[in-house]
Design a protein around this ligand. Structure first.
Ligand code: ADP
Ligand code: ADP
Length: 224
């Protein structure tokens, strides 16, 4: 089964005065090992799509499946561990905790894992930092790092939990083109060499062309 499957999804945001249809009849599958980019103009529904894929929000209509099982069939508690264990997030603005060292930031998602000792958590976090080329920066604090380095920490944090899929919301959006290119190279390496499944929202057509598949949205509908 696909890692993630969205079937006939509709998402309507309802406020007291306005009803916005953010996604319209969207169906798509993300298979293991894919690197998919999501493109489209501002307001077309990219963030909404990512939050549904990340199980952070529910569709108004339709079904989301993880590994072939509908998300609705999970209890609230199982859904929380599903979100924590199967999905890694990367954000445009990194979302690191400035009071924690780099290695402590990377360990964060592991704190909620039962059966992992402090020693194993540290070992895993250091290995992930090595993997993203930050082996020499593990005791630094986020504000001592460049933007590109901060995003590498966030990628190491996303990888630490060994998720089935990484969801990246404009991961190079705050970076200059050189650092953005380096982050893109790292994501491509993780996908090609380690088989990491990635869905990435981007505004950058050149970046999107480097991924294996592009999903294009316009006014909440898929155009391809
Ligand atoms: P994108 O990420 O492509 O810019 P979004 O998914 O953020 O698009 O938004 C899609 C549409 O849904 C837009 O019209 C936006 O104004 C609306 N929208 C997004 N979030 C909310 C919300 N929490 N409440 C009401 N409307 C929303
Ligand atoms: P860039 O030019 O790539 O944006 P910076 O000028 O921010 O990078 O940082 C260059 C190097 O200096 C980086 O390797 C970073 O780790 C280090 N560095 C930056 N600020 C500090 C600081 N306040 N304390 C210690 N090291 C720092």
């Amino acid at each position: 089964a696909p890692v993630l499957r969205l079937i006939d999804i509709e998402k309507i945001y309802q406020t007291s005065t306005v009803e916005t249809s953010a996604l319209n009849c969207v169906s798509l599958s993300i298979n293991r090992g894919e690197f998919v980019s999501v493109m489209g103009p501002s307001g077309c529904g990219k963030s909404t799509l990512l939050s549904l894929m990340g199980l952070l929000d529910e569709p108004s209509v339709g079904t989301v499946e993880v590994n072939g099982r509908p998300v609705q069939s999970y209890s609230e508690k199982d859904l929380a561990s599903l979100r924590n264990e199967k999905i890694g997030f990367i954000f445009q603005s990194y979302h690191l905790i400035n009071d924690l060292s780099v290695v402590d930031n990377v360990e964060l998602p592991l704190l909620y894992r039962s059966g992992m000792s402090a020693k194993d958590r540290r070992k895993r976090a250091l290995a992930m930092l090595e993997k993203v080329g930050l082996g020499a920066r593990t005791s630094h604090f986020p504000q001592q790092l460049s933007g590109g380095q901060r995003q590498r920490v966030a990628i190491a944090r996303a990888l630490a939990g060994e998720p089935e899929i990484i969801l990246a919301d404009e991961p190079t959006g705050n970076l200059d083109s050189v650092m953005g290119e380096e982050i893109m190279d790292l994501l491509l390496h993780l996908n090609e060499k380690e088989g990491t499944t990635i869905v990435m929202v981007t505004h950058d057509e050149a970046q999107a062309q480097r991924t294996k598949r592009q999903i294009r949205l316009l006014d909440g509908s898929q155009v391809n």
